[in-house]
Design a binder for this molecule. Sequence first.
Ligand code: NBG
Length: 809
Amino acid sequence: MTYVTSPHSGDTPGDFGRDLLSNLYYQRGTTLESASAQDAYHSLALTVRNRLVDRYIRTAAAHYRANPRFIYYLSAEYMLGKQLDQNLLYSGTEDSARRALEGLGLSSSDLDALDVEPGLGNGGLGRLAACLLDAMATQDIPAVGYGIRYDFGIFKQAFHDGGQVERPDDWTFYGNPWEFHASDDQQTVGFYGHVEPLEGLRKSWVPGEVVLGEPSHMLVPGYGTTTVNIIRLWRARAARESFDLSRFGAGQYGEAVEEIVRSENISKVLYPDDSTELGRELRLKQQHFLVTCALRDIVRRFRLRNNDWDDFAGKVVIQLNDTHPVMAIAELMRMLVDEEGLEWDRAWSITRRVFAYTCHTLLPEALETWPVALVQRLLPRHMEIIFLINHLFLQEVAARYPGDDAKLRELSIIQEGGEQRVRMAHLAVVGSSAVNGVAELHSRLLAATTLRGFAELWPGRFHNVTNGISPRRFVRLANPRLSDLISGRIGGREWLTDLDRLVELEPAADDPGFREQWREVKRRNREELARHALAATGVAIDPDALCDVMIKRFHEYKRQLLRVLHVVAQYHRIRRDQVQDVVPRTIVFGGKAAPGYYAAKRIMRLANTVADLVNEDPVVSPYLKMIFLPDYNVSRAQLIIPAADLSEQISLAGKEASGTSNMKLALNGALTIGTLDGANVEIRDRVGADNFFLFGLDTTEVDAVRARGYEPRAYYDRDAELREVLDTVAHYDKEIVDDLLNRDEYLTLADYRAYVDCQDRVARAWRDREGWTRTSILNTARSGFFSSDRTVRDYCRDIWHVTPLHIDG
Ligand code: NBG
């Protein structure tokens, strides 16, 4: 291995500054005097990146030598967050960079503002993928993340008349300094066409259309270790010479680039929908594109050091992040049987051992299914393979449940009755060695409801791995003040990679001096949020007010509407001077709605309307302010979370698989008001029932309410305050109220009174500032479990069976 260590590795501000100037000169072809802001930003990014390359080369070399078992994480979504802040921290150059920039007369905050976060995901699922990659690198786990390099990430959100407006996220407009392109490492991906028989079960698929997948990778550094893994993202391209020169010459400019456009459309845009299936061919194309590129790359990497298929399952784990990459099961079977000539049974045994599947939902409408007719047309050979997998699987089921046709229908990979569809979750379970949910309650409910038949068939296959979050991203980078305070108190920064050590903070909860410092940190974080909020919304907020935060995708089950109803109730109380349980609060909202999700967008518009109502009322606004920060993303999360005092986790019990903002907020000392849903249950178990504001129906009670025949209007009739609130809301949006009174799918009215009363308890608790601070400290101290390091260790132990590979620095 030829290592190059000079001149890009020095640690002093002088070294850093020199390398930055050299990058300006040689990479941007300019000088400090004439550099544009983009020149300076790109040179800074390259200077930081250079400091990770050496570690990456060492990691790759060590992996090659050791030929270890690898985790290949397949995900259609990654929400990586800004790379500059992360890579400065992980390369250990924060200080030297700051001083070098000062010396050169460059502003680090101006340059940081030019760092664009790659928004290649929708929400929790994509951010979880990023937190897991971060933890895998930090835990020295040999791993590669595979994804799609969308030209346009999640849309940018703005508001017009309170309603959401979506704008394209052209994230690489000025180039992306963090990625390495490998344009000579392309893969070929086929679509359509027909199947020709070879011998036995072996067939040959002749695709009717072919596109190229071109990879680039970004570095995924571990914190406090030498390991730097990568995430490999694929972009679709047309074959060389697809440009039709003669048509162009004839003035047919559109037709001349038709093929290029058709091919490149595959990785053009992230689907901004995280819950329902769009039923669109292009999305299925994306999925097949991702899995084909990833699998070919995995096999290429395997062959670098191995040549026997019997070793494949020993060297390769493929973790399927939800159903989006599940076509990989059929594609691997196709590669093994058709291309490699393996017997079906041998191929199936390998495939089944290699894959593991994480399910991230309980909502039936979020479980992907594809019309058989569509799969047949787009991927004819895959459809045959899926039918055969299903046929053999149903024989197994029939042997186990003789004569039970209902069982066959329930478990079949093919949904019958009406249009035949492929149930991707069923394919995932049948083709994997392990299935996991993402919080204890979720895993339990999965096995008891959504995937019950499978859990009965193969109980050993079902696991729970409770989600976690990166403390580097969500405490150290997001909340440097709190991090310093914690490090000062417990001595050193080891807690950042050993988050259980936060328990050492517990005694500090009883130290009035420490509590004072803790409050001061929160206050300064709220001041920072206030500055940003003023610039973004024009609304001035009081940095001493309780900062009450609800940040997540807009979805009816998450019940942003319940949050809004409480605000309206407060509004009336304050107007009536009924303020005994009112403390000054700032309600902070952040989140996007899927563009086609009409009901969620209505609720969003209502939230903005109520915000105006409250903020513009001279009687109410001294007590209550409401801001909706547009374009919620990872960077915005890093700003809001450190300022939060109260974390709203108010989904209808049984609907939220886990939630992860709940963990981020608790870890930053916010108290939770929440239902017994998702990971809230585990947060409450850990921080203690006294330090958590619990309200609302649990899953058993939800079932009971529904079984009795839920009548939302009865709550309206019974509760005068609720009546006043809904009448006010009806004034702005009658449709929302009609729906609540007649249907109320997510039992908002059933939980309303418990929620409002619980909010009164919150207000009383807030008045006791010492008590509140104590609870806040305990929330942080007891949330160490929610580190993504622990999540990765759980995956390693229960599902992946891999061990860390330490890389010498
Ligand atoms: C989401 C769940 C969240 C969970 C994240 C990460 C999907 C399909 N699911 O509750 O709604 O925290 O996944 O596991 O986006």
